[in-house]
Design a binder for this molecule. Structure first.
Ligand code: GDP
Length: 218
């Protein structure tokens, strides 16, 4: 289905203008479009940050904390959960500073050959060809042991030479000891030097994540 074919929606349509509520009041977020094929990706202009993770990892909640509630709602709208949803972030002078690309959540199935098994076929081309892509934010659940699908994605990004940061979501659910233990196990399981713990619920780690995003996008 083409984006333009979605009910009440046309490619490039600007249907949302929303001020960021939390840390970055200086950004205004605008939904750009949902893409289901490379031909539908928006013109590459501003530095782009992609968000990736298994379904239910807390991606919408984290986006909500980063750029506003309606942004996350768009990404959860049926029909758009299997698309890449693009959002532009503008500064106070109405200059487009960043683009966020919310990628479809990938499933729980064990996959072997390619990260795109069980994932729409346009994801790998997006990651491989998107010239403005500056950072992939990979979400893993701090309450769940390292998963093969996450490991494959991270290995793929590493092999492709892509810039990425891995964040461990829902950290508020863990006590101090569990936090230390789970984060260490995830780092080992996923072969990481760095893992950024975050909570969409309490805001923990969100400032650090913004710093990482702005460093990559600047
Ligand atoms: P998505 O499918 O990756 O977009 O995940 P959602 O954002 O919809 O979150 C999945 C579930 O995890 C929901 O029940 C959320 O309320 C919960 N959740 C997400 N982030 C957090 C968090 O930081 N802390 C806690 N305690 N729960 C969270």
């Amino acid at each position: 289905m083409s984006v333009a074919g979605m009910p009440g929606f046309a490619a490039g349509q600007h249907c949302m203008l929303k001020s960021v509520r939390f840390l970055h009041m200086r950004y205004t977020t605008q939904f750009l479009l949902s893409a289901m094929a490379p031909a539908q990706f928006p013109e590459p202009d501003a530095p782009e940050i992609a968000f990736l993770g298994r379904s239910n990892v807390g991606k919408s909640s984290l986006l909500n904390t980063l750029v506003g509630e309606k942004t996350a709602k768009v990404s959860h709208t049926p029909g758009r959960t299997r698309a890449i949803n693009f959002f532009a972030l503008y500064d106070s002078s109405r200059r487009r500073k960043l683009v966020f690309a919310d990628l479809p959540g990938y499933g729980y199935a064990k996959i072997s050959k390619s990260i795109s098994a069980g994932w729409p076929a346009f994801i790998e081309p997006y990651l491989a060809i998107r010239s403005t892509l500056k950072l992939c934010v990979c979400l893993v659940d701090s309450n769940v042991a390292a998963q093969e699908s996450d490991r494959q994605l991270i290995d793929w990004l590493r092999a492709a030479g892509s810039e990425f940061a891995v964040v461990a979501t829902k950290i508020d659910r863990l006590s101090g000891n569990e936090r230390t233990r789970n984060l260490l196990a995830l780092k080992q399981g996923l072969g990481l030097d760095e893992l950024l713990p975050v909570s969409a619920k309490t805001g923990y780690g969100v400032k650090e994540l913004w710093a990482r995003i702005e460093a990559a996008g600047g």
